[in-house]
Design a protein around this ligand. Sequence first.
Ligand SMILES: [Zn+2]
Length: 81
Amino acid sequence: MWCFVIIKCPYCGFEGDASEFNYLYEVTLYIMDSHVEREERERSVLIVCPKCKQGFFLENPYKRFYEYLDYNGSRYSVIRG
Ligand SMILES: [Zn+2]
């Protein structure tokens, strides 16, 4: 069974199947004593429109950060440290 996911570009309005878009995933490599350390940070995949070449996220890249703050109490206490 085929599954098509239609994505709409928020900049130019182009709509297409997910396979028509390009995807960019940023990675930082931490090298400690010649070994590559695993990156703890999770990053969102940047979706690049094939028509206007603008990049955008399907969801807020800080969503998990805000969920963490909501779960662990007031965000103000975290900001103040
Ligand atoms: Zn576009």
